[in-house]
Ligand binder design. Structure first.
Ligand code: SAM
Ligand code: SF4
Length: 352
């Protein structure tokens, strides 16, 4: 497949020069960054085939994992300079023992435009027990991942027999005030591509929006194969057999495109990172659990905050690392280029 052109909004690139020292968190292409994905751990209660190996994963060293004060400090500085949304992820964020306190302390942060938003992406295991506390702590949005609603497939795909726990988490989320509630599935050929309509119906039954993700080359085992990826077009074709799909305008910087189902208020989303990249509108930055800033899922370069955090650096020093990382962002992820190289970290260690 030939490279997909990346549409870039804003000013033409300034290839040289240093990052600005004030103003919004902007890159060389004029993309203003407002969203920080914070990975709280690389550990997980599941072993999804497209993300982690079954065994032999090299875990981050315990002492390298940022503690709550370090995470909240980075979040406060990022919010001071324009980050408005923090998405907690991992690995599995609910495995973090201090998860409620992390949410509570980030949710208290006021940016120049008011209180920040705190969202979470989770596999849903254990969510039913902790959700009321998370809502009280200030959590504003939830995305729950569920690739199949069939127990045997779930076991094969995640290498764990925990589908009932995920269902319990989704039921709790449906009963909570958090809306919109989103369910995510990676669409995979021969694995769950005959289940797309059922998954949408399952989401509707839980007052949620189903979103299908094109599989990306981010598995720790480096086994991604384009032919196994179910494309945006195939997903839409399968759903069109059941519903008429009307595009929802006004996507902004969101990764998902949405469609109305039969003209109703209910919607379905597709995140087509491979066949229809949205890099031109990307406003996202990532912080790994061990304190590395990344300007893209597919980046080969990380900006290390640990020496600054643990070496007595000032808030201004942290701001400088944030700005430098964003400034070096490339125009696009280049998955479709012949010379594409998968990053060394798997998705669980980057933070999805
Ligand atoms: N454990 C949590 C979960 O599964 O929701 C949060 C972390 S997980 C890495 C975040 C999201 O990344 C999930 O929706 C997962 O399906 C997605 N993901 C993981 N590996 C992926 C891959 N290779 N391609 C596309 N999406 C992937
Ligand atoms: Fe765990 Fe999420 Fe990766 Fe699945 S996708 S192995 S639930 S981190």
């Amino acid at each position: 497949m030939s490279a997909v052109p990346v549409r870039l909004a804003g000013a033409p690139p300034r290839e040289t020069g240093e990052a600005p020292t004030s103003g919004p968190l902007v890159d060389r292409f004029g993309r203003v960054h407002r969203d920080l994905r914070v990975s709280l751990t690389d550990r997980c209660s599941l072993r999804c085939t497209y993300c982690m190996p079954e065994q032999g994963n090299e875990w981050l060293a315990k002492q390298s994992i940022l503690d709550r004060d370090e995470i909240v400090r980075i979040a406060r500085i990022a919010a001071d300079h324009g980050i408005t949304t923090f998405r907690l992820t991992g690995g599995e964020p609910l495995l973090r023992r201090d998860i409620v306190a992390v949410v509570e302390e980030i949710a208290r942060i006021e940016g120049p435009e008011g209180p920040v938003r705190v969202a979470m992406t989770t596999n849903g295991i254990g969510l039913d027990r902790v959700l009321p506390a998370l809502v009280d702590a200030g959590l504003t949005r939830l995305n729950i991942s569920i690739d199949t609603i069939r127990a045997d497939r779930f076991r094969d795909l995640t290498r764990r027999d925990r589908l009932d726990d995920v269902f319990a988490g989704i039921r709790a989320a449906a009963a909570s005030p958090l809306r919109p509630l989103k369910l995510n599935a990676v669409a995979m050929r021969g694995v769950n591509d005959d289940e797309l309509v059922d998954l949408v119906q399952f989401a509707l039954d839980h007052d949620a929006e189903m979103r299908f993700i094109e599989q990306m080359p981010l598995d720790a085992s480096h086994t991604w194969d384009r032919s196994q990826m179910v494309t945006r077009e195939e997903i839409l074709a399968a759903l069109s057999e059941r519903w008429s799909l009307t595009p929802v305008p006004g996507r902004g910087g969101a990764p998902a495109e949405s469609w109305r189902l039969d003209g109703s208020g209910r919607t379905v989303g597709v995140i087509a990172s491979v066949t229809a990249p949205f890099c031109g509108d990307c406003d996202r930055l990532r912080l790994t659990a061990d304190g590395q800033l990344r300007n893209c899922l597919f980046s080969h370069r990380e900006f290390d905050l640990v020496p600054v955090l643990r070496g007595g650096g000032s808030d201004a020093d942290i701001e400088r690392v944030l700005r430098a990382c964003i400034w070096k962002k490339l125009p696009g992820h280049a998955i479709n280029d012949p010379g594409f190289l998968q990053p060394g970290r798997g998705m669980n260690a980057i933070g999805g």
